[in-house]
Write a new protein. Sequence first.
Length: 413
Amino acid sequence: MELYATELMGSAAYDVDGHFVGRVREFFIEPAEQSNRLSHYLLSRGRFQPLIAKHDQVASVEPGTMKLNVSERALEAYRPNEGWLAVRKDLMDQQIIDTSGRKVVRVNDVDLSELRNNGNMELRVTQVDVGLPGAVRRLLQGVVSPAMIRKLQRGLPHSTIRWEFVNLIEPDPLRRVKLRITHEKLENLHPADLAELMEYLSAAERQGIIASLDEETAAAVLAELDERLTTQIVEKLEPGKAADILEEMAPDAAADLLADLPKETSEELLDEMPGQEADEVRELMAFEPSTAGSMMNTEFVYVSEASTRDEVLTFLRGQDLNLDQLDTIVLLDNAAQYCGTVTIARLLLATPEQAMKQLKTEPLLSLNPTADDEEVFELFDKYNLRMLTIIDGENRPIGTITVDDVVSRLVKK
């Protein structure tokens, strides 16, 4: 039998002897034990001490009535437990993230199903109702009978989310730990999708999401967020955590973020970062905002033009690379000076012993880091570039600008 949380709320509970024990005022999930099982039921009666019925003390449930398989004496007094998820308090009317639909929604009701386990009746959460039927049940509960409510809701459009696609938004870090709320589903979302979702949340909720993600995912999400929101989040993070996230970001993205923070805050975070990464970011922050240097990423792949296709592939396999960003390889001559680029497509289609210098893309293009960003835009537009190499005064490559860097800069203009 399918039940709804609204139908269970306020139900009269009777013990094994048929004595009235109280009414169901709340029910809980214990995520650490079972992610979707109603584990405890809060029963209250007038001025008496509220009692707790465990899931294995429930014989049957139907709209308006709960029967226990023990006497009232077997029930324990209620004591709050932060490791429990309260369905009424923590789910009803709360915002959640629908990871399958990539949207933030509000819960109107919770759908439950019966499961017989070792002779006991358990209720499991199957899905949450975010549509009109759930809202109608909430509105009419206690006004008309459950049977009438079910009849009225049949013709209404349904909108539900399966429980396995629900991700709770829990701002409190201690409570997140106690509830053991995993964010694997969030980490599987594209960073741009997660960043868009976070724009619909409160500041505390955004903070909770970022704090719960691993540093690599958090870095990718912050790179996609609006600058104003990014600075708000980073300023409120513990400095060590913020520095770990910045370390996972591309140096140009980290430099852009730190440039928007108060100087004392950015210096504190740079001091927390490893020396080499901090030095790279400081160098990028030294460039004027409207220059090629401020757009470039100092992490790029370069090899000798004398290398063969197979030698380069072997080298790449041994590197820790962001494969989504790997599009073009920079070439060096025997004097370690910039002499060209090779796209990954050309590399893959070459013969095993073919030298990289034979695969060069023409014409040979580069810019100085002090060049105006308008020059960057013109080159990308004229030659349909996906990457542009930035060189120093001695013709040595010091960074690259990719097409996503150009798009990001144009969006900000």
